[in-house]
Design a binder for this molecule. Structure first.
Ligand code: GAR
Length: 212
């Protein structure tokens, strides 16, 4: 049976779009995007879900007193929807332990840097690229990892490096990393999960060969 995927978003949703497009091409390993959940009303990602005819929901952070209360509401919704895989695609709320306990090694996050560089609390969205440019790295990239209780600290599934170019701004670097890395490795990681080809051993994720 194909896996039921929920994609959690907070903003523009270009990574969600990459997943929708991969599904349309039959490249999600038999998984189905069964729900899109936004932490913000009015996020453009919700339009993308609407256009693709995917059920979508808003669970606003501001209607919950804490990240923990927000996480509990999300877990309840995900269980109601019978979700197997949770994908954080530009989801800007730090989830608390209840989510990891409900979905052990079944939550994937895309981060716009090569973890363990430029990650952790406060390092999200454009800030990541500002920090990379300030530091002067010549290579950055993106990481897809399983979510653990440590922010951006879970086992790494896929990474892709992207060159920093002379004259880059946080915006140009962000766009290049999305185009060359995030939009490719996120659907690939989801596909591998849906094919049961990821085996986690401690910090290390082994990628198994395709089943004959
Ligand atoms: C993406 O670059 C994603 O990697 C990043 O936010 C952007 C969302 O764009 N996520 C984080 O920084 C999480 N720590 P999108 O809404 O167009 O997919």
């Amino acid at each position: 049976m194909g896996k039921r995927i929920a994609v959690l978003v907070s903003g523009g949703g270009t990574n969600l779009q990459a997943l929708i497009d991969a599904q349309a091409r039959g490249e999600l390993g038999g998984g189905t995007i069964a729900a899109v959940i936004s932490s913000k009303a009015g996020a453009y990602a919700l339009e993308r879900a609407e256009i693709a005819e995917i059920p979508h929901y808003v669970i606003p952070r501001k209607e919950h007193p804490s990240n923990q209360a927000m996480t509990q509401a999300l877990v309840t919704k995900l269980k109601d929807l019978d979700i197997d895989l949770v994908v954080l695609a530009g989801f800007m709320i730090i989830l608390t332990q209840e989510m990891v306990q409900a979905y052990p090694n079944a939550i994937l996050n895309v981060h716009p840097a090569l973890i363990p560089s430029f990650c952790g609390e406060g390092c999200y969205g454009l800030h990541v690229h500002e920090k990379a440019l300030e530091y002067g790295v010549k290579v950055s990239g993106a990481t897809v990892h399983f979510v653990s209780e440590e922010c951006d600290g879970g086992p790494i599934v896929l990474q892709k490096a992207v060159a920093v170019e002379e004259g880059d701004t946080p915006e140009t670097l962000q766009r290049r990393i999305m185009e060359q890395a995030e939009w490719h490795i996120l659907p690939q990681a989801v596909s591998l999960f849906c094919q049961d080809r990821l085996r986690v051993e401690g910090r290390v994720v082994h990628i198994l060969p395709p089943q004959a």
